[in-house]
Design a protein around this ligand. Sequence first.
Ligand code: DNO
Length: 356
Amino acid sequence: MKMTFRWFGENSDTVSLKQIRQIPGVSGIMGFLDYKAAGEVWEESEIKRFVDQVHRAGLACEVIESVNVHEDIKLGLPTRDRYIANYCETIRNLAKYGIKVIIYNFMPVFDWLRTDLAHEIPEDGSNSMYYDEKELAGLSVMDLVRSMEGGSNGFSLPGWEPERVKELEKTLSLYDGLTQEDLLTHFRYFLDGILPTCEECGVKMACHPDDPCWPIFGLPRVGYNQYWFDRIMSLNSSPCNTICLCTGSLGSNRENDVPAMIRHFGEQNRISCMHIRNIRFYGERKFREAAHNSCDGDFDMFAIVKAMHDVCPDVYVRPDHGRMIWGETGRPGYGLYDRALGTQYLMGMYEAICRS
Ligand code: DNO
């Protein structure tokens, strides 16, 4: 297990590289250039600057998140070839600076979604992100955008960048009539277009599950259970076609047996990294994000870490969304304290498993 921490860059994160370096056992970050729009080439000079900075802080930078796939690719429009060529160029540029894994998702229109970014937890006064499908039913897309913007403490959230949001209603209408099978066909075209470059450069693509893990707003989605991930994996047999196994996203759908999915895909060498977090359910499709510990949520975190240990012990791991505790404010889900606690819990458990 290579323990890392997500870092959004010096102007977009309340957490510094120095603080991350001081968390025992954290050896690297999962990075992000927050100012890049989907479809743009990530230039060498930008990547170099980011990676150099991380290295100077004594941390590794082998994983990059949210190299977002342009909507035209998901829609299968003729303009997609240009964006796929750009994506290949980004892969080549990232590889030159030591990136081994790129995390992306193939969710139409929205990235991850919550109905409240700072839900107060009555038991202890901390807060965490919250989702209630019933609330979503009463919201228009623009209401949702306002709620995400209002709760984000001024940060632009990945997948909710202003230029994407501006086009939201138009983009949504382009998906009218598009089926899951269509989306999968477009997914294959994308993978066939980029995976040869990945193989050439030694970079793995890691597909992040849909979050929450079911179709929303009537949009087709294909990354929310074992059936669909089996199909994504069989779209292209390249060893670079892998999964970012996010326990919180997959586990939000209670039909998913997350430890079993780790074993299933890990045994096939299809997991290259993991986002590990826990959830407390309040009902069907109604949950808040919890501390990483089993006792704070509904997941069996031991079963998750044990499965990882048994089938894919070499993956990159990071704690995922944390609560806001001890008065901290910052990017929702991405404060320092709760995530740092999460790393210690996960590493403690991992060490105990290895030594027992
Ligand atoms: C949410 C993250 C996601 C993830 C992207 C990958 O907090 O896990 O933003 O990085 O979906 O494309």
